[in-house]
Ligand binder design. Structure first.
Ligand code: FES
Length: 116
């Protein structure tokens, strides 16, 4: 079972293969944003990796990061927890001025992932 550490919030066990955005929200109990519902369109689910950054990236993540000028942060909606990770939650509901974190992301990566 992979371990997820969110800096400042502690470490939790996560179901193998769970979407990182959902693990941060449901398991680590951190108010990560997901304004587009986990569809690689908004970049509000972005996190900074401290350890365990996955080398692979969905094409959707690559494209939206380039379009929005996101250079080092990764999109937690486009990553699954299949190994231990430590992240910094840099885009949270708290302080965002938004009324809610966004529509709930589906259990599986959306759009269906193509990897690059
Ligand atoms: S890009 Fe919108 S939730 Fe991930």
């Amino acid at each position: 079972m992979p371990k997820l550490t969110v800096e400042g919030f502690g470490t939790v066990d996560v179901e193998d293969g769970k979407r990182l955005v959902l693990a941060i929200e449901q398991d680590a109990k951190v108010d990560v944003l997901h304004a587009c519902g986990g569809n690689a369109r908004c970049t509000t689910c972005r996190v900074e990796f401290i350890e365990g950054e996955p080398p692979q990236m969905t094409i959707a993540e690559r494209q939206v990061r380039a379009a929005k000028g996101v250079t080092s942060a990764r999109l937690s909606c486009q990553i699954v927890c299949d190994h231990d990770m430590t992240v910094r939650a840099i885009s949270r509901l708290e302080g965002s001025g938004r009324p809610d974190p966004g529509p709930p992301p589906a259990a599986e990566i959306t759009p269906p992932p193509l990897w690059s």
